[in-house]
Design a binder for this molecule. Structure first.
Ligand code: UD1
Ligand code: CA
Length: 462
């Protein structure tokens, strides 16, 4: 079947009360439009047509971002005169031998399986138009499906045009249709605007085709939660929760333990090993990978990170674009800005900020430090209050710390600077020059005092 998809995205979205066009509002960190384009692409269409109008440059730019590898055509609806008028903006570009599927960009959770089934029904029953409908206890706000006594669809009536009796109908129009493109093109010009809103309703197509004895069929879906249009911020939040709960359920069936699936947010993808535990109110963004036996504490925000096996991220840590190997312990209240690599058994404690830092095996930065643009060896102890002064007001510079270095509390490392293996920096030191291997450097006695071959106190081995 040759399928073309028309995505309607021209509406103002008045009910959102926002400068941003409605379909650019986000669900799970990406626009509603992008979700619908993703669904459209999963149907393997011949072409995807986007109809935009209000702030069309923004809509088209967003659509292009998700168009790679598919034929995307953008059309402009000059005035928002209704859904039929919107489809008409794309009509000339539709092939005569295709099936047109109309999707609404304000229906972000559009389920691919339902649309596929609708198209399959159209083909199997050799119908001309197929409607996707739902039966609701509370149909308020939706177009109602009209049928004859023997169940034949005869039309759709918008709520604002309903008689008292029609208002009682529980079967509603989801807005999604599949129709022979040639018929759509032929009948669109016949749709008028003599209705309560003075708009050209795409829904009138159904009545016109039925009256001319074309075969109109319907598919009743039980997935209303996914087929709901978003018209205001309340419905946007409902779509968000529905989506998040679906992801939470999937992850739990895959073996992830979520402390509370209602307090979990994934705005991207999450790969995981076995025995992962995620406490409440965590947000995952971008592409995250968690190894096995990883424990994420409450309130963490983690974006584009890889966290190795047996690592523990304690509460309220914020991490971005960082790679952690195994047995790391991070936080609480740690901040990892982009570009860090942490080898095995690294500890980063509270109020420690890292940026473009590489920490070697077993290195520990327990408290209150800033380590930026730093190459730090293995088994290094970074004392509380250590700061790499990486910025001279114009440029960033590198700090290099060798293996087995002890950095005392309240140290400033004025980059570019190197501290060689085994060196000790006494508390309160401002390091501005290379520290030789195994030396002790301290500035609190006499500026620049260096004691060579200093023997640091060692723990007695038991
Ligand atoms: C529409 C349907 C209604 C259905 C409901 C399902 C019509 C007339 N009504 O109502 O039967 O129950 O969806 O959610 O179709 N749009 C344009 N150009 C326009 C007007 C709208 O592109 O001139 C786009 C909007 O951006 C939106 C979609 O079409 O993505 C639906 O428009 P909206 O105004 O939200 O229609 P509803 O009143 O929800
Ligand atoms: Ca709507």
């Amino acid at each position: 079947m040759k399928i073309e998809i028309v995505i309607l995205a021209a509406g103002l979205g008045k009910r959102m009360h926002s400068a941003l066009p409605k379909v650019l509002h986000q669900v799970a960190g990406r626009s509603m439009l992008s979700h619908v384009i993703k669904a459209a692409r999963a149907l393997n269409p011949y072409a995807v047509h986007i109809v935009s109008g209000h702030k069309s440059e923004l809509i088209e730019a967003e659509a292009q971002k998700y168009a790679e590898g598919c034929t995307l055509c953008c059309h402009k609806q000059e005035q928002q005169l209704g859904t039929a008028n919107a489809v008409a903006a794309a009509a000339d570009a539709l092939c005569d031998d295709s099936i047109t599927v109309v999707l609404y960009a304000d229906t972000p959770l559009t389920p691919v399986s339902e649309v596929e089934a609708l198209c399959a029904d159209l083909e199997a029953q050799q119908a001309d138009l197929a409607l996707l409908t739902c039966e609701l206890d509370d149909p308020t706000g939706y177009g109602r499906i009209l049928r004859t006594a023997d169940g034949q669809v005869t039309g759709i009536v918008e709520e604002k045009d309903c008689s008292e009796e029609q208002r009682q109908i529980k079967e509603i129009n989801t807005g999604i249709i599949a129709v022979k493109s040639s018929l759509l093109k032929q009948y669109l010009p016949k749709i008028g605007c003599n209705n309560a809103q003075g708009e050209y309703y795409l829904t009138d197509l159904t009545g016109l085709l039925a009256a001319d004895h074309f075969k109109v069929i319907s598919r009743v879906s039980s997935d209303f939660a996914l087929l709901r249009g978003v018209n205001n911020k309340l419905q946007l939040s409902e779509a968000e929760r529905t989506y998040q709960l679906m992801q939470a359920r999937r992850l739990m069936t895959e073996g992830v333990t979520l402390a509370d699936p209602a307090r979990f947010d994934l705005r991207g993808s999450l790969q995981h090993g076995d025995d992962v535990f995620i406490d409440i109110n965590c947000v995952f963004e971008g592409e995250c990978v968690l190894g096995s036996n990883v424990h994420i504490g409450a309130g963490c925000v983690i974006k584009d990170c890889v966290i190795g096996d047996n690592s523990v991220i304690s509460p309220y840590s914020v991490m971005e674009s960082s790679k952690l190997k195994q047995h790391n312990t991070i936080g609480p209240f740690a901040r990892l800005r982009p570009g860090n690599t942490l080898e095995d058994e690294v500890h980063v404690g509270n109020f420690v900020e890292l940026k473009k830092a590489h920490l070697g095996y077993g290195t520990k930065a327990g408290h209150l430090s800033y380590l930026g643009d730093s190459e730090i060896g293995r088994d290094v102890n970074i004392g509380a209050g250590t700061i790499t002064c990486n910025y001279d007001g114009a440029n960033k510079h590198q700090t290099v710390i060798g293996d087995d270095v002890f950095v005392g509390s309240d140290t400033q490392l004025v980059a570019p600077v190197t501290v060689e293996n085994g060196a000790t920096i006494a508390a309160g030191t401002t390091v501005t020059r290379r520290v030789p291997a195994n030396a002790l450097v301290l500035t609190r006695v006499r500026p620049g005092t260096v004691i060579r071959d200093y023997q640091r106190p060692r723990k007695e081995k038991k």
